[in-house]
Design a protein around this ligand. Sequence first.
Ligand code: GDP
Length: 221
Amino acid sequence: MITLPRGKAEFIMGISEEEQFDLWLKQNSHIIGIAVVGRSNVGKSSLINALFGKHTARVSNTPGRTREINIFKFRLEGADEVPLPDYYLFDLPGYGFAEASKQTLKKWNNLMALFFSFASHNVGLINIQDARHPDQGTDQTFYTFLKEYDYESILVLNKIDKLKTQKEMNELKKQMPVLFKKYKFVKQIFYLSAEKQTGVKEFHDAVVNFLLKKTEINYKV
Ligand code: GDP
């Protein structure tokens, strides 16, 4: 069984300057990986930690504290007989933080524009939203932004443990075809709880399959 490494994703650097990021993306235009983005406080760090082990990303209760793009490198485990490449994880800064200044917003926009213009299409975008109320204003704004770029995305609806009744769960399921129809670039939707680990295994396997598929196409393993 091939898995993501636990506790072994190597932090490479945090980038907040456009010039630096531009250079990095151009020097690394053929990499394979995933990028994770979502509204602040939606559970992005918790999800990264659920996939890669406890201390990979910082879990913070202060919305919008992580304004840098954090880049990690990792190898898949359980495939020793096949020479697999290094993979990359991009922890992208959260959007939709209430107290952000105009300058901060501009910086976010510029960094994200760089990312979606130059990141290889072998990097899968994972967008996290809140399962209790997906497609909120700031999520919609992000998708309007994303529509400008030809980029496919996986939508993760997190915190399903907060849906207490079957009725709430059914409401969420009903929204899935609506979201697929509204956002054509969303190719898969998962609902899970990063905190309680519900549904994380299925999502983990989808991430591994994505990475292996891209590897097969690019390296003919
Ligand atoms: P980030 O700002 O998007 O990185 O979000 P964090 O991972 O720091 O999480 C924000 C808050 O939501 C923290 O208090 C987490 O404990 C909580 N949280 C994250 N995932 C879940 C979840 O699946 N269920 C519940 N109930 N809380 C969660």
